[in-house]
Ligand binder design. Sequence first.
Ligand code: PAF
Length: 282
Amino acid sequence: MRTVHTLKELRAMLRSYRQQGKRIGLVPTMGNLHEGHISLVRKAREAADIVVTSIFVNPMQFGATEDLDTYPRTLIEDQERLEAAGSTLVFAPSNEEIYPEGLARHTRITVPEVSEGHCGASRPGHFEGVATVVTMLFNMVQPDIAVFGEKDYQQLAVIRKLTQDLMIPVEVIGSPTVREEDGLAKSSRNGFLTEAERTIAPAVYQTLKDTAEQIQEGRTDFTVLSQEANNVLSKAGLRPDYFNIANSLTLKPASADDTELTLLVAAFLGTTRLIDNLSITR
Ligand code: PAF
């Protein structure tokens, strides 16, 4: 497995794979890889001959008060894990390589509607940053397929929409959330949790499951259900950002006739923001 840091090196490597008729897969990441990311690489391997894993902590998707500076950067360990998982190539560019003129002067991609609400409402500019860097990665790598985790449900919806609207010839594949034994979704940010916070964290997934069960039993008073879920999270010691019940496709608030629903949650434990979701069919 090779690691390249520049677009020039990346293009040279990919040119030779393409000449050999290889199918190229992309797994975009911000590094600090865990089992969840590794499952994306394995999925990409099933659908492509060559897997490019990008590692780039994208400053454009972090707000001014967010954890860009403390976001864990663990390239050596990531390379070892990626080699074992079967990644062919790692693309780990610098900020200067991606944004040579700086963030303020860079073109941005805005995806309407699905970017709004949920994390889009709490983190202004976040999905613009994600959409911009993912579009650039698609242009840089020109993959046949790209794999993203369903844990970031809204992000996946944003990426599907931009791919469709901008007619980018890449198949976007979603991969199921990988969880700890107690249900907590694997995340690079779990490492920020103190021992005490870690014991509280499974309440996020438990609340999603309990709320989904009530919907399956026939409740359609979604606003009340969301409020109840927020109360449960608060009682457990979390600080809920939102708990929303949405139409799985549009991500707009669910109505009583919707059959495909997604429950989306974001909540703080101390300074760590956890997100999770659960989709159900009624
Ligand atoms: O999900 C992530 O790790 C990031 O948002 C992504 C897709 C790599 C874009 O920076």
